[in-house]
Design a protein around this ligand. Sequence first.
Ligand code: TXA
Ligand code: MG
Length: 341
Amino acid sequence: MTRRPEIIAVDAESPDDEVIAYAAGIIRGGGLVAMPTETVYGLAGSALDPASIARIYEAKGRPRHNPLIAHVASLPQARELASEWPMMADELASRFWPGPLTLVLRRKAIVPDALTAGLDTFGARVPDHAVALALISACGFPLAAPSANRFTEVSPVTALQVARGLGKSVDLILDAGRTRVGIESTVVDVSGGRPVILRPGMISRTTVEAVVGPTGRPSPVKREDEARPAPGMIARHYAPRAQVVLFERGQFDDIQRDVATRLAATEKLAMILCTLSQPRDLAVQVFFGLGEDAAEYAAHLYDAFHAADESGCSTLYVERPPLTPEWDAIHDRLRRAAHPE
Ligand code: TXA
Ligand code: MG
């Protein structure tokens, strides 16, 4: 029998002080707590304690060359960790924090190598979630919190998804319901001369550029064992177990034929469309109509991935969403989910 982690329900807006104190006690003792943020659930441990960080890597099965984000409760707390605080950090942080934006900055020596995979920079963000903020404040130190899933799997947006993915390797899960944004934060490197978006998120390139001007392109990773600036460098990431097949709206008839053939072979199939309701002639067993609003779509995407897997679908067909900038991060996640390796 698999042992289950402890799950405690907390109010997303005003979490119970005693529950937060209990969770903070676990983290202070070197344990791990899955906490909700506005993007996805994070697997939190002390960002300043190498032993806690080692436990996080182990629980996720994540390679050590993939650095973690320090979650802080305020802008001044981020500044305490940074050796340089460029003007554009101020501009972005004051505009988007708390919120789904991670800044990569030069670090001070108090930020351990274990957190940054040896890089001389670190990632920081102030999450826009009362539970995460209360937990960071109760601990009194920053929390390392990668998404609370096994490496390469889909990030969790509910406590149940955390429990299914990580099992007993997490000591406690704080359950505040489904997360609001639904995909991971935008990661912007402000440690060099020009800001570089390392991971697209729901704060779009256009929105970032409106604040700090033109952004540069990330430089490609040269060696396999090098510290990865972002998971962008790992093609297959955020992937469900089902095979993801992307198609254009114009290819719908071809896809329908494919569906019919596979259904005859008694396969279980799922589909995501940018409509709200299921077309009458569409025969897949599991259907998700995520609509044409990018924010709403993102909020439900990973839930659909998890649900398709839970119902044992072999294939998940996904209609490509519109090509406007507010969909960039969604295209990025869909591309990765569909990547074969
Ligand atoms: O929305 C989020 O960011 C979620 C929630 C839980 O906060 N966290 C999350 O963490 O997605 P994780 O570890 O799955 O992704 C962190 C990203 C990775 O792409 C990592 O490579 C990048 O941040 N990152 C962290 N430190 C970095 C650094 N020093 N240089 C470049 N990239 C860094
Ligand atoms: Mg992740």
